[in-house]
Design a protein around this ligand. Structure first.
Ligand SMILES: *[C@@H]1O[C@H](CO)[C@@H](O)[C@H](O)[C@H]1NC(C)=O
Ligand SMILES: *[C@@H]1O[C@H](CO)[C@@H](O)[C@H](O)[C@H]1NC(C)=O
Ligand SMILES: *[C@@H]1O[C@H](CO)[C@@H](O)[C@H](O)[C@H]1NC(C)=O
Ligand SMILES: *[C@@H]1O[C@H](CO)[C@@H](O)[C@H](O)[C@H]1NC(C)=O
Length: 409
């Protein structure tokens, strides 16, 4: 083993940990690095972690990054037989992708490079128009859902609002959609609308060409499947439209504490997308955070101050990959910044498609993205080992990397 792979598995990660154990022929760190991040199964304060702000207070990206540095140091001490330490490459998708990129930016001595997949490091104040995210979701539904799907969804918001104005209507919709808890108040209706919006977003995020099951079990090409259900109902009136929307039922995943403290991502929807219109309002967002999480964001500028915003001049050895079906590509780095900060575009890819296991339905663009990653990692390892050891090590490294990618992806 000539390099250690670090995984940061987070949020709707979909990066299969099961694959990790096949990666290297020799000893390899079989440990997804979600230990310090409050995601996954390992929590810093066990089942108390989410019970009190005094425990939750450690949930921040800066804390996670600093913890990684100490962990990497320990791992290198444990596994490096040579004086020269084994180089570490960070991989991650989604928030994990952001952490991977930030780790390389903040602690370039700790890792030789980072593969940051679907990492929306520019989804922050004044860096990306707040409506882009919802427009991408809408484009995906228009392009893949065909028919009236996105239009039906766009029209549904007003219908939901008007139908649920009185108690009769609330009871009607609760029954029609078989809701777990019947709608009682206006807040419930707001929640329902948010929940539905999240489903559409999640569907676009996981629009893979084969069945998956990390949010909930889904068929291949879920947007197309979902829309064909909606399109199959030829409705004439509001009740019919609601019936069409209600044909599918799906779950959702959420992350709130970090969004309410440091990772504030301004989003809005307009007439140009299929969501209910909503302006970005930091004050309103902050109030909602205080109500649900008991905290308020310090400011909208935290990630910009701490991680440099759009200024990547001093960063190096990072690959940013983005699928254009993924709404999070709205905040992604989509063009090459320098010789060592590269962007890979996967036009037909959903959320961190390139970090998923190999599948025979994989498109050529995702296969190419994986080849690109291997090539970059090869360069970083050459840099690290220098010319003297290069040929032999390089061969070995790349072999490992290729095996790793072939099996893992
Ligand atoms: C946490 O887990 C322990 C041991 O499994 C259990 O006894 C305790 O009741 C749990 N506490 C909470 C707050 O869930
Ligand atoms: C509730 O609202 C619906 C639709 O706006 C209306 O048709 C119905 O008469 C109302 N029912 C009551 C009891 O007010
Ligand atoms: C590949 O895509 C087809 C058509 O969308 C689907 O039916 C099939 O299940 C997929 N294959 C795999 C291996 O997931
Ligand atoms: C970035 O540069 C690489 C290598 O030249 C190239 O393959 C890739 O297409 C470029 N990315 C973008 C988004 O133009």
């Amino acid at each position: 083993m000539k390099f250690i792979i670090i995984f940061s598995l987070l949020i709707v990660s979909g990066i299969s940990t099961e694959n990790l154990k096949y990666t290297f022929e020799t000893k390899y760190i079989e440990m997804p690095l979600d230990h310090f991040t409050y995601y996954g199964t390992s929590l810093p304060f066990g089942n108390l972690s989410f019970t009190d702000l005094k425990y939750l207070g450690y949930l921040s990206s800066s804390q996670a990054l600093a913890d990684y540095v100490y962990l990497i140091n320990d791992l290198q001490k444990t596994y490096s037989k040579d004086v020269k330490r084994l180089p570490v490459v960070a991989f991650g998708g989604s928030y994990g992708g952001m952490l991977s990129a930030w780790l390389r930016m903040k602690y370039p001595n700790s890792i030789v490079g980072a593969i940051a997949s679907s990492a929306p490091i520019w989804q922050f104040k004044d860096m990306t128009p707040c409506g882009n995210f919802d427009r991408i979701v809408t484009n995906v539904f228009e392009a893949l859902g065909r028919g009236k799907c996105s239009l039906t969804i766009k029209n549904s918001w007003a219908v939901i609002r008007s139908e649920t104005k009185n108690d009769t209507g609330k009871a009607f919709l609760s029954k029609l959609w078989n809701l777990c808890s019947p709608l009682k108040s206006q807040d419930d209706v707001d929640d329902l609308i948010e929940w539905l919006s999240n489903i559409y977003i999640n569907l676009a995020m996981v629009n893979y060409p084969y069945p998956t099951s990390f949010l909930v079990p889904l068929p291949a090409n879920p947007v197309r499947e979902f829309c064909s259900e909606i399109n199959s109902v030829k409705y004439k009136d509001n009740a019919g439209l609601l019936n069409a929307i209600g044909k599918d039922d799906l779950g959702e995943a959420g992350w709130n504490f970090q969004a309410c403290t440091e990772i504030v991502m301004p989003m809005c929807s307009t007439d140009f997308d299929m969501f209910e219109n909503e302006a970005w309002d930091f004050k309103k967002f902050s109030d909602a955070c205080f109500k649900t999480e008991g905290v308020r964001p310090r400011s909208e500028d935290v990630p910009i101050l701490e991680y440099g915003g759009k200024d990547l001049r001093y960063a190096s050895n990072i690959v940013f990959s983005n699928g254009l079906l993924d709404p999070w590509s709205s905040g992604g780095v989509l063009s090459n910044i320098s010789d060592s900060i590269s962007a890979v575009i996967i036009p037909d890819g959903a959320h961190h498609f390139d970090l998923r296991a190999n599948n025979k339905n994989d498109s050529e663009s995702v296969r190419n993205a994986r080849k690109f990653h291997i090539h970059q990692i090869g360069k970083w390892l050459d840099q690290y080992y220098g010319k003297t050891n290069k040929p032999k090590r390089r061969e070995y490294n790349l072999l490992s990397a290729l095996q790793y990618f072939n099996i893992m992806y």
